[in-house]
Design a protein. Structure first.
Length: 232
């Protein structure tokens, strides 16, 4: 099991991105401890733990390792911090023109289509699907149809995409991962309420657009050009 996040940070987004990176690190600690325990129980295995190479094993976990229970989960019990107006605004301002083919909003969520060869890929950002551990927040799902392949082939494709997106070169914000299901490769991500910042939603949209373009190039060998957005 390998947990990582990869993002490009620049001055224009650092004000809200830096806190988001901190939350991602906290969640990775929590996920490692939680998923490792669950996997060990399923496999009748033992958890392998190692000490810090210089400082040794801590007698008590760092307080930030407990931030899910003290910060993230309590905020997740509050209503979704992304409002219906924010979803409608991002559709009205950005999704009725390239790099979008079409976008629509409804309640706590929005849907947008991007060029994908002769078809389109779908992206959904939803605020009414809580996480089982973190509560309310923003769920993100991008789906990319792929040619007929077995579950094993699809899983290998998803893992190869993760290896690039989360360890080498991100096409969007690398908070999430790819998986294969029902003939599609899906990128899924969840932003807990604790990560909310005003103006974050448009940035996430353009991050998804970057990922959609990269997947069109990698999976169907078609880059975007003017013809990609022709209404015909």
């Amino acid at each position: 099991m390998s947990l990582c996040s990869l993002v490009r940070v620049h001055k224009g987004i650092s004000a809200w991105m830096n806190p988001l990176i901190s939350v991602a690190a906290i969640l990775q600690i929590y996920e490692a401890r939680t998923v490792a325990r669950e996997a060990a129980e399923l496999l009748n295995a033992q958890i392998a733990e190692s000490r810090h190479p210089k400082q040794g094993m801590r007698t008590q976990p760092d307080e930030m390792a407990e931030a899910v229970a003290s910060i993230v989960a309590p905020q997740g019990k509050q209503p979704c911090k992304w409002s219906e107006k924010e979803f409608q605004d991002v559709v009205d301002k950005y999704m009725q023109q390239p790099p979008s083919l079409f976008g629509s909003a409804g309640g706590l969520g929005c849907t947008v289509e991007f060029p994908y060869g002769d078809r389109s890929s779908l992206c959904r950002m939803i605020g009414d699907q809580p996480h089982p551990r973190y509560g309310n927040g923003l769920f993100l799902l991008q789906s990319f149809p792929v040619s007929a392949m077995s579950d094993a082939e699809g899983a290998r494709l998803a893992l190869s995409l993760n290896a690039t997106e989360l360890a080498k070169r991100p096409s969007g914000y690398g908070f999430g991962s790819f998986a294969f299901r029902d003939g599609d490769v899906h990128f899924t991500s969840f932003m807990p309420n604790a990560t909310y910042r005003p103006g974050m939603l448009p940035n996430l949209y353009f991050s998804c657009a970057g990922r959609a373009r990269e997947m069109s190039l990698r999976l169907v060998n078609r880059d975007w050009d003017e013809e990609s957005f022709d209404p015909r």
